[in-house]
Design a protein around this ligand. Structure first.
Ligand SMILES: Nc1ncnc2c1ncn2[C@@H]1O[C@H](COP(=O)(O)OP(=O)(O)OP(=O)(O)O)[C@@H](O)[C@H]1O
Ligand SMILES: [Mg+2]
Length: 415
């Protein structure tokens, strides 16, 4: 399981993965054609990741390029923006515009002067050239992939050594903020909202696996990458680690192990063999976090409870323990059948054997059903409501869930 994987922050530039100035300039121009994008996707998957130059691989990549070309309408929505425009939008990246910070840089709220549009602007850390590859993949992927459960890329900037990504602004921030790190003004997520978020995130993944051609393996599913709009509709974000999936008779792609500690499928962490089922495993971890309110990795918990999946495995086998797994902050306000079914879906996604895990399409079917079963505590002869923010129960639980950066640490281990 995850506990034995090396766990580090993203390494600073070691020079090995630097994208050549020539490739940077391709995304720097005023417009990017599908031909350029498909060429770059081949470039990214062929040159930057696998480093294999076999004839087979070249054939596969050319097939992928053709398939991607034919699956897009040819319109690239994301626009190039200048650094000056983005500095103006964020009032020079003022601290009070800061929305958050991840492994690759800071995210600011801003308003584009040209359109008055409110946006989120991620400024990649200039010292980390590792981020250059993620920048390129993110622009390429989000230019080609469009779905209501994927975040929209509005534009990007590659001025000099500056790399910035401009996204639609997601008013409620990340699922992580709500589930594990809520500010006093945020309300706790009730059962219905949790199921709605789970179903929506699964639909985003289903689009990547089943509609995109070739399929896309997301590789970085976790609570901080699920963003929420004002109605708690979830959208997957951060496609910098996404990989084109296997084509033809191939069952996996081989790649360096990258992802986030606690979410990474065991077989991928151990062998570097990446399949669509690696994403299904990560989805299982997120679903378990939604059900239990526990973090994927939480070193502040008692011994044996640091790793969420390791803690849950023995409990999955005993129905009588299911109620113990529900997030205590729900105060019992969930449908018992719904809890059992959601736990069953999570347990299936978390099977050790990838072949035993369900297809994401089946997960979508199950969770769409669960999300449609609206639960009303008042109809269940239960009088107490979810704890209001700031109530003793809320405070108690907040104390129980200290900020813990460890599960955000990324894996950057070579096979
Ligand atoms: N489009 C957006 N709209 C609103 N807030 C956003 C948006 N994108 C990111 N954020 C906020 O910025 C925070 C940091 O995001 P970022 O993706 O940089 O890091 P992360 O997901 O926390 O970690 P990692 O670098 O490991 O992905 C998020 O947790 C979220 O609160
Ligand atoms: Mg993120």
């Amino acid at each position: 399981m995850g506990g034995c994987f090396p766990c580090t922050r993203p390494p600073k530039n070691d020079g090995k993965d630097q994208i050549s100035p020539a490739s940077d300039s391709l995304v720097d121009g005023p417009s990017v054609s599908v031909a350029v994008i498909t060429f770059l996707l081949g470039f990214v998957s062929e040159k930057l990741e696998s480093k294999s130059s076999s004839a087979d691989l070249k054939k596969q990549n050319s097939l992928k390029e053709k398939q991607i070309s034919s699956s897009t309408s040819g319109r690239i929505a994301a626009q190039t923006l200048t650094f000056r425009e983005l500095a103006a939008a964020t009032r020079n990246f003022r601290a009070d515009c800061l929305l958050g910070e991840g492994g690759f840089g800071r995210v600011y709220k801003g308003k584009l002067e040209s359109s008055n549009q409110v946006v989120a602007i991620k400024q990649l850390d200039r010292n980390g050239l590792q981020g250059n590859r993620e920048f390129l993949v993110e622009v390429l992927m989000l230019s080609l992939l469009h779905h209501p459960n994927l975040v929209n890329l509005i534009g990007y900037c590659a001025d000099g050594d500056q790399r910035l990504l401009v996204y639609e602004y997601m008013a409620l921030g990340s699922l992580e903020d709500h589930l594990h790190d809520p500010s006093p003004d945020k309300k706790w997520l009730d059962w219905n909202t949790r199921m709605k978020i789970a179903a929506g995130a699964a639909k985003g993944l289903e689009y990547l696996h089943d509609t995109a051609s070739p399929p896309v393996i997301y590789r970085d599913l976790k609570c901080s990458n699920i963003l929420l709009d004002e109605d708690y509709n979830p959208k997957l974000s951060d496609f910098g680690l996404a990989k084109l999936g296997p084509v033809g008779d191939n069952t996996h792609v081989s790649t360096r192990v990258m992802g986030t500690y606690g979410y990474c499928a065991p077989e991928y962490a151990m062998t570097g063999q990446l399949t669509l089922k690696s994403d299904v495993y990560s989805f299982g971890v997120v679903l378990l976090e939604l059900i239990t309110g526990r973090r994927a990795i939480d070193n502040s918990r008692a011994a044996g409870e640091h790793n969420l999946v390791a803690w849950a495995r023995p409990l999955f086998r005993d129905r009588r323990k299911f109620a113990q797994m529900a997030d205590p902050i729900l105060l019992g306000h969930y449908p018992v059948r719904g809890l059992y079914q959601a736990l069953a879906v999570a347990a299936m996604c978390l099977q050790e054997q990838p072949s035993m895990r369900p297809l994401i399409a089946d997960v979508v079917t199950a969770l769409t059903y669960l999300a449609s079963q609206s639960y009303n505590p008042k109809n269940q002869n239960q009088t107490s409501q979810l704890a209001a923010p700031g109530s003793p129960q809320t405070r108690l639980d907040m104390e129980k869930r200290p900020r813990n950066g460890s599960e955000r640490d990324r894996l950057r281990a070579s096979k």
